[in-house]
Ligand binder design. Structure first.
Ligand code: ATP
Ligand code: MG
Length: 391
């Protein structure tokens, strides 16, 4: 018996002329992320990527677990490969799904005939296969409305496939199909989720993190690196930039009015991030901000932040509640890392009474009290780079 995995496209099936570009990227991503599990044979037809293991010791559950994190795949089926004749389909179904069929009380058969030249029509396949199953497993009743098991027969170009239903894929578009953006990654709960959400739309991420030693520890930076690593099964390789931010923050503290620290600091982050983005050929910035969550995330504060930006700033969490964000962070397994209590450069210099509705003009005046331009260039030139690869 030969097993195969069918990875079915979602939305990208609708992309018309661009479709083959999407397929190529998805195929490349899949090959890359399954490489460590063994050898496979790949092919692509009818909005499906066929993944055939070539080594007997490959664990298909592990393959599926990896595939479920790859954007661009809407559904995954683990199926048995049959010849395209009914006798083989019947024989293999009874063996392949035996365990399941023995334990269930009800079932139905669904046939999908992509190859219209197959001599039996779908209702006929369902009927014939249904009676063969009933005969072999007297414990089973047919229930077309709420069956415990749905036996699915897909008649495709070169083969027929049998499986007991599809599993949900990660959805979205293949990473790399929508260009690159730079994620401002803190150690918190929100920014990894923001990165995940943009990667889901096909964006390839790079990440930038600001550290302020000795106010922030190595442990805090390590935490952010762990978050990067956690994102790679979804996002692929991530180029990570770590920016020394201490001098800028000290200059802020020395020269600028305290209530503007946070907003000025965010503007400095954006200025540096844009430099790095240009180097990375990233076209946009991504942050984990959500309206009203903290003082620097009011609309007025965002206006003041964006005033220094010449590239789009994506805030995919902007309309989400914390509970919704946490739900995703648990799903992608970043939550437990994010809640580790290490200081962030933002928290170290938090003013007692931040301006909640800063006015751009006053923010600009406050910024002029410091001497930042050289420090910004210094920070960029002392930025450390490290690549996180998916293993
Ligand atoms: P998070 O949970 O992502 O840390 P937060 O709710 O703590 O967000 P802020 O601290 O105001 O909010 O940060 C808002 C956004 O600014 C973050 O989501 C992140 O994108 C960016 N950011 C904050 N601190 C840093 C940092 N040290 N390095 C890189 N980006 C940062
Ligand atoms: Mg934070």
């Amino acid at each position: 018996m030969k097993e195969i995995i069918l990875a079915k496209f979602g939305e990208m099936a609708l992309k018309g002329q661009n479709k083959s570009g999407f397929e190529d990227i998805l195929m490349k991503n899949i090959k890359f992320r399954l490489k460590s599990l063994g050898k496979f044979q790949y092919s692509c037809a009818q909005s499906t990527i066929y993944i055939q293991p070539e080594e007997p010791e490959i664990d298909l559950d592990e393959v599926i677990e990896k595939l479920q994190k790859i954007f661009g795949i809407a559904a995954i089926c683990r199926a048995c490969v049959c010849e395209k004749n009914f006798e083989d389909i019947r024989k293999q179904t009874l063996v392949y799904l035996q365990e399941m069929l023995e334990e269930a009380g009800s079932f139905k058969v669904e046939a999908k005939r992509a190859d219209k030249k197959f001599p039996m029509k779908s209702p006929e396949i369902c009927q014939e296969l249904g009676s063969a199953i009933c005969e072999a497993f007297p414990n089973l009743n047919v229930d077309v409305h709420q069956p415990e098991i749905t036996v699915i027969v897909e008649i495709r170009d070169t083969n027929a496939y049998i499986h007991a239903g599809k599993m949900k894929g990660a959805g979205g578009l293949p990473v790399g199909s929508s260009g690159k953006a730079l994620l401002l990654l803190s150690g918190g709960i929100d920014s990894p989720v923001a990165g995940y959400m943009m990667a889901k739309r096909g964006i390839h991420l790079s990440a930038i993190h600001f550290v302020s030693p000795p106010y922030t520890s190595d442990r805090a930076r390590l935490k952010v690196e762990q978050l990067c690593e956690k994102l790679t099964p979804y996002c692929g390789d991530i180029m990570f930039y770590c920016v020394p931010f201490t001098e800028i923050q000290e200059e802020l503290k020395r020269k600028c009015p305290e209530e503007y620290f946070t907003i000025l600091m965010r503007r400095m982050m954006m200025l540096i991030a844009q430099e790095i983005a240009a180097e990375e050929k990233a076209l946009a910035l991504i942050t984990g901000e959500s309206v009203g969550q903290v003082a620097s995330q009011t609309l007025q504060a965002m206006v003041c932040t964006d005033a220094v930006c010449h590239m789009p700033v994506f805030r995919p969490l902007v309309g989400m509640d914390k509970t919704e964000i946490i739900e995703i962070s648990r799903k992608i397994d970043t939550f437990d890392i994010s809640i580790q209590p290490y200081e962030d450069c933002c928290t170290v210099f938090t003013p007692r009474h931040p301006k909640i509705r800063p006015q751009l003009e006053l923010v600009e005046q406050a910024q002029q009290k410091g001497n930042f331009s050289e420090m910004l260039a210094e920070a960029v030139s002392h930025t450390e780079r490290k690549i996180f690869k998916h293993t």
